[in-house]
Design a protein around this ligand. Structure first.
Ligand code: WAQ
Ligand code: MG
Length: 275
């Protein structure tokens, strides 16, 4: 982990993604000092091997040099957890939160359907995110199986400790929460991004979120039924602000280190009459 006080002039982007013959299984990433490259590659590889319940898993790891001068420092989004009674209720809430963020109702609804059906070719999960033009509802990603992957982001060591403690206090200590918060933090800071919708492709993990630059990371306890292995991400962009090429370039290439934690608010028990 990079400590901002002792940062070296070069840091390393370590990225892992695992797949079987059929589809993407998992991915993870870090920005680390050179001395931590070996243990990071090993930890991410081990994690992919342990998580895979398939025998023919394939793991890609890359270690790339990054000039520290290129790194932008940022604050993580605030977290507002919502408890819903069912995933159907969760999806209604997600639709409302997307509308508040500026996504027209129809496109919000379509994005929920896209994830529900499996956003990749043949209803599979994608390796990255769907990108949608918020004004037309059109999908913009070049490669429908890959989508767009947000990469080259991490937390400084100090920020990780503080953010983990804040999340733990709110019963959100699961590794997936801080990872999704980090990914979403990068997505929300990309030029032109209006909102993001996500739920996991892990069949046992039902939580997801809607995030937006003004309302942060709005975590929803359930966005799908347990046992459903289909998930994904949809990023809404406003092309009157920037070209999609700039947004995608930022998401894929701009190194970001979060050095300030987001606040974690207390959980709101949501009921349909709230909105
Ligand atoms: N960039 C863009 N899209 C990605 C990336 C990435 N780096 N990594 C994964 N995706 C897409 C891909 O389509 C996956 O199928 C989908 O997201 C879900 O990935 O409790 O665990 O890693 O607050 O399964 C959110 C809730 C959990 C956390 C999200 O996603 C919480 C999660 P997963
Ligand atoms: Mg997954």
């Amino acid at each position: 982990m990079v400590a901002s006080s002792t940062m070296e002039s070069v840091v390393y982007s370590v990225r892992m993604r695992a797949a079987d013959d059929q589809q993407h299984l998992s991915g993870a990433e870090r920005l680390v000092d050179k001395a931590e490259v070996e243990e990071t590659v090993s930890a991410l590889t081990l994690r992919a091997l342990r998580a895979a319940d398939v025998s023919d898993v394939e793991i890609h790891c890359s270690v790339e040099k990054i000039n520290s001068d290129a790194i932008q420092f940022m604050t993580l989004p605030n977290v507002q957890p919502y408890q819903v009674a069912s995933y159907e209720e969760g999806r209604d809430l997600a639709e409302s939160l997307l509308e508040v963020a500026g996504v027209p109702k129809q496109f919000a609804r379509d994005s929920l359907k896209t994830l529900d059906a499996g956003p990749g070719p043949g209803g599979q999960v994608m390796r990255g995110a769907v990108v949608v033009d918020v004004c037309t509802g059109e999908r913009l990603e070049d490669d429908p199986a890959r989508g767009v992957r947000a990469t080259r982001m991490d937390l400084t060591a100090e920020c990780r400790v503080t953010q983990e403690a804040l999340l733990l206090k709110a019963d959100l200590g699961h590794r997936r929460v801080i990872e999704a918060l980090t990914l979403s933090g990068k997505v929300l800071s990309a030029p032109g991004v209006v909102a993001e919708l996500c739920w996991s492709d892990d069949s046992a993990y039902t939580a997801g979120y809607v995030a937006s630059p003004s309302n942060g990371y709005q975590r929803i306890s359930d966005l799908k039924a347990s046992g459903n292995p289909i998930g994904g991400r949809v990023i809404f962009v406003d092309l009157s602000i920037t070209g999609v090429v700039e947004t995608v370039d930022f998401l894929e290439n701009q190194p970001i280190l979060f050095n300030q934690p987001g606040e974690v608010f207390s959980c709101v028990k949501w009921s349909p009459d709230h909105v």
